[in-house]
Design a protein around this ligand. Structure first.
Ligand code: SAM
Length: 471
């Protein structure tokens, strides 16, 4: 199948996508757009990516087909208690204020909820904080444009990767373990969350307002960062209208912008900014810009002082096959096109949650391009999702053998070792990851990461290692 889409067609389709889904695809992101359309075309059974793009522009795609196209372009990066400061602020400041009201009603909306980790984190937090929760009328609405994400969210089944920054007690208290490495949310939490399809770019949110009433707290995190500026302004206006007086809007740390959120009043809670709807308060007192101290920063690692002898215990040197399960033969490489197509296909299956097909594709990709660390890394991600941890570790070792500087592979190795209580091993990999992350600027999106920036990964490692200290 032809995967190339001409540049002119990409520009037209990027305009269409901005109008209908809100997302910004400037020329610098055309490679991502090209990949997404190629995967959608294959998924929808079109002859070629260009064919799919033409049909889309001609208005010939059905609603479900457009949803499928959207699902190939959305970034599904999320995890439990992501950017934990937001939850701390909810627990420490916002909820006590809302709880002081007489009506015992609470409406919280996770707009752009992805696969459910965010709204379930909110539900769990409420259960932890409100001993008399049964006496409350609690609404947790969770909406997304991507139907596949919503189905996964409703199924409530998660892999290890979703817990990469979660508090240690989370799995034990709120999940069942139907099989190794799979965690199912308890029904009593699942039933607190109501999932629904909603496109923030075109819906007017009246369905939300009519059915649930104005929202006390809206989480819209790591969603608008992908939007075209004019589209995000419109979303913010609509969110503002859907918000209760005195209600709070919580956005991602990298999305703070007093211009974009100017209808709201910015409030600094414990060093992070939130936005509050207070039409009585004069907006003129709002600060002009986000102080540098709260802008996302690349923290110094708590491992900065680990003696270099520990760091020196790095991945096996080429030729040291004892530490990798099987030798990686050096073979002539197949056609790069075949390898590229297989990589797209494998990622697309993995994104759709079709793990068996994704694994099959990874294996074919590896056969076609044995020396590519990305293929081994993706295989390890799929295996982790399937709960096949030992094999996942083997794939990670291969990835690190081929690229000892593969930061995500070090991170995953550190995380998995931590899960097995191998803290020395975990520390070694996490400190390697932090060392490598320093070579990136904090805003750089890490390759093969589904949108995680270097700064964010450093933050995650920081919080993981804090938990290790607690252990
Ligand atoms: C990177 S995830 C963030 C998930 C979660 N809020 C978090 O911070 O962990 C972005 C989510 O926004 C959703 N999204 C993007 N554009 C959207 C739109 N126009 N309408 C509704 N949801 C959208 C995506 O499908 C994806 O699930």
């Amino acid at each position: 199948m032809e995967t190339e889409t001409p540049e002119i067609l990409l520009s037209r389709i990027s305009e269409f996508i901005a109008q209908t889904m809100g997302w910004d695809y400037p020329p610098s992101r055309h490679a991502d757009l090209r990949r997404g359309i190629a995967a959608a075309a294959k998924d929808l059974g079109f002859e070629s990516a260009a064919d799919c793009a033409h049909r889309c522009l001609a208005g010939a795609l059905t609603r479900p087909q457009l949803d499928r196209l959207a699902s190939h372009l959305t970034v599904g990066e999320t995890y439990f208690f992501r950017e934990n400061k937001a939850f701390e602020n909810l627990a420490g400041d916002i909820l006590p204020k809302l709880a002081a009201r007489a009506n015992r009603e609470l409406r919280i909306w996770s707009a752009g909820c992805c696969t459910g980790e965010e709204p379930y984190s909110i539900a769990i937090l409420l259960r932890e904080l409100l001993p008399d929760w049964r006496q409350w009328k609690i609404t947790i609405l969770a909406t997304d444009i991507n139907q596949r994400f919503l189905r996964k969210a409703e199924a409530g089944l998660f892999g290890e990767w979703s817990f990469r920054s979660a508090p240690v007690w989370l799995k034990g208290r709120y999940f069942r373990v139907p099989s190794e490495g799979r965690f199912e949310i308890l029904p009593e939490i699942a039933e607190m969350v109501r999932f629904a399809h909603l496109n923030l770019a075109v819906d007017d949110y009246s369905s939300v307002l009519n059915e649930f009433g104005p929202m006390d707290v809206i989480f819209c995190r790591n969603v608008l960062m992908y939007f075209q500026p004019s589209q995000s302004l419109k979303v913010v206006e609509r969110l503002y209208r859907a918000q209760a007086e005195g209600g709070w809007l919580i956005v991602g740390a990298s999305e703070l912008s007093h211009n974009l959120f100017s209808p709201y009043f910015p409030v600094n809670l414990n060093g992070s900014f939130l936005y509050q709807k207070e039409s009585n308060r004069p907006l003129a007192t709002a600060p002009e810009a986000i102080p540098a101290s709260v802008a996302p920063q690349f923290e110094e690692s708590i491992y900065a002082n680990i003696p270099s002898v520990v760091l020196a215990e790095a991945e096996p040197a080429p030729g040291d096959f004892a530490k990798i399960p099987e030798q990686i033969p050096s073979v002539p490489q197949n056609e790069p096109h075949e390898s590229a197509a297989l990589s797209i296909e494998a990622r697309s299956f993995a994104d759709q949650g079709n793990l068996t097909a994704a694994l099959g594709c990874c294996d074919r990709w590896i056969a076609a391009d044995k020396l590519n660390p990305a293929s081994h890394y993706l295989r390890s991600v799929v295996l982790q999702e399937q709960g096949v941890m030992l094999e996942a570790v083997q794939s990670l070792r291969r990835a690190l053998y081929l690229d000892p500087e593969h930061v995500l592979a070090h991170f995953a190795m550190g995380n998995l070792a931590r899960g097995r209580n191998q803290f020395f091993e975990s520390r070694r990999h996490l400190s390697n990851a932090l060392r490598l992350l320093k070579t990136f600027s904090p805003q750089t999106v890490l390759p093969e990461s589904d949108g995680v920036t270097a700064g964010r990964l450093a933050e995650i490692i920081g919080s993981l290692t804090e938990m290790e200290v607690e252990v």
